[in-house]
Design a protein around this ligand. Structure first.
Ligand SMILES: C[S@@+](CC[C@H](N)C(=O)[O-])C[C@H]1O[C@@H](n2cnc3c(N)ncnc32)[C@H](O)[C@@H]1O
Length: 307
C-alpha cells in the first residue's frame, strides 16, 4: 500500500496562539493572569507551546530514554511496516525510530507538527491531526501506535474515546504503547506532597486526570486490547538517581515551571516559585523517586507480514 494510502483525510492546521481564559481559582475567585508564554488555541492543552517548551521536550526525551533505554518496550517484530506517534511533539522519538527502522513508514501527528529537519529520515512524515477529533487514518493501518505524555492534552472524559481510536488504527496483531506520568512519588517529603496535591486539584478542576497512567490498562482492555501490561520506571530524583535521576529532576522542575502561569489561578506565583526552588533539597534529603508508566497492549489478530 502506498504511504498516502494510509491517510483517510487531512485537515489544515488551525491551532493558533492564544492567551488562555482566566481559570477560576479553587476557592471560586477569578484572577486574570497575564501570560508571557505562548499557548495553543482550539485544543485544551495545558502546557505552553514555544521555543522553551521545545527545548524542554527534547531534553525530556533524552531524560526518559536514559532510564527506559529502548524506544519500543512492546514486543514488536523486527520488520514493522508502519508506526504512528500521536502527539509527537518535537518529533525526536519518531525520527529516531525512523532511523532504527529505515524500511518502515513512521508517521508523527500533532496539532502543531514539528518542522521537517534536514536530518529527518525520508521514511518519517509529520502531519497535522487533533487526536480529540479522530485520527486521519484507515482502520488497521499501523503495526505500532505510540503515544507519550498527553496527560495535559487529553481531558479525562475523552480518554476512553481516544484509546478506542488508537486501537482502531492499529493493525490486528499490532501493538500500542502509551507512556504517561502523574503525581507518582516514592518517599515524598511534605513539599512534594503539597506540590502534587495542588497539581491534582488543579488537573481535576480543569477536567484532566492526574492519575491517567493507572487507568490506561483498563481503557485499553475496554477498547479490545489483549496482553495488556504496565511497566513502571521509578527513578530517584537528583544525584541519587545517577544520570537518569539528574536529567529527570531537571525536566520535572522545568515542567513545574512551565505550569506556573496556569497554577497562578490557584496559588500566588511567588509562593509556587519558592516551593519549586526548595524541592531539589527535599528530594535529596528524602531520596524521593519519581515514576513514569509505560502501558502496552496488543490488538487481537495476527500481524500479516506483508500487505
Ligand atoms: C507534552 S507534549 C509530548 C510530546 C511527545 N509525545 C513527547 O513525548 O516528547 C504533548 C504534545 O501533544 C500535542 N497535542 C496537544 N493536544 C493535542 C491534540 N488534541 N491532538 C494532537 N496533539 C496534541 C502538543 O502540541 C504537544 O506537542
Amino acid at each position: 500500500m502506498p504511504f498516502w494510502g494510509l491517510l483517510r483525510r487531512r485537515r489544515s492546521p488551525t491551532a493558533r496562539t492564544a492567551v488562555p481564559a482566566p481559570q477560576p481559582g479553587l476557592a471560586g475567585q477569578e484572577r486574570a493572569p497575564r501570560f508571557e508564554r505562548r499557548y495553543l488555541e482550539d485544543v485544551p492543552y495545558l502546557l505552553p507551546k514555544d521555543e522553551a517548551e521545545i527545548d524542554r521536550l527534547n531534553f525530556q526525551h533524552y531524560a526518559l530514554m536514559s532510564v527506559q533505554k529502548v524506544h519500543i518496550v512492546a514486543p514488536l517484530g523486527s520488520y514493522p511496516q508502519a508506526i504512528l506517534d500521536v502527539g509527537c511533539g518535537t518529533g525526536l522519538w519518531a525520527r529516531e525510530v525512523g532511523q532504527r527502522f529505515p524500511a518502515c513508514r513512521v508517521v508523527g501527528v500533532d496539532v502543531e507538527p514539528p518542522e521537517r529537519l534536514p536530518t529527518t529520515p525520508v521514511n518519517v512524515q509529520f502531519l497535522y491531526s487533533d487526536v480529540l477529533k479522530g485520527l486521519p487514518f484507515d482502520d488497521n493501518s499501523f503495526d505500532l501506535v505510540h503515544q507519550r505524555l498527553l496527560i495535559s492534552a487529553i481531558p479525562a472524559r475523552a480518554w476512553p474515546t481516544v484509546v478506542r481510536e488508537l486501537v482502531r488504527v492499529t493493525r490486528p496483531g499490532g501493538w500500542l504503547q502509551l507512556t504517561e506520568t502523574g503525581g507518582y512519588y516514592h518517599r515524598p517529603g511534605p513539599l512534594s506532597l503539597r506540590v502534587s496535591g495542588l497539581l491534582d486539584r488543579a488537573f481535576e478542576r480543569w477536567g484532566f486526570d492526574p492519575y491517567i497512567a493507572e487507568h490506561l490498562p483498563m481503557y485499553l482492555q475496554q477498547a479490545g486490547a489483549v496482553e495488556v501490561e504496565k511497566y513502571v520506571y521509578s527513578v530517584v530524583l537528583g544525584e541519587g538517581g545517577g544520570q537518569g535521576g539528574r536529567l529527570l529532576q531537571k525536566d520535572l522542575l522545568a515542567l513545574l515551571h512551565a505550569l506556573s502561569e496556569r497554577m497562578a489561578s490557584l496559588i500566588a506565583r511567588e509562593e509556587w516559585q519558592r516551593m519549586l526552588e526548595a524541592l531539589p533539597a527535599e528530594w535529596a534529603a528524602y531520596q524521593t523517586a519519581f515514576q513514569f508508566h509505560v502501558t502496552v497492549g496488543r490488538k487481537p489478530g495476527v500481524l500479516q507480514a506483508a500487505r
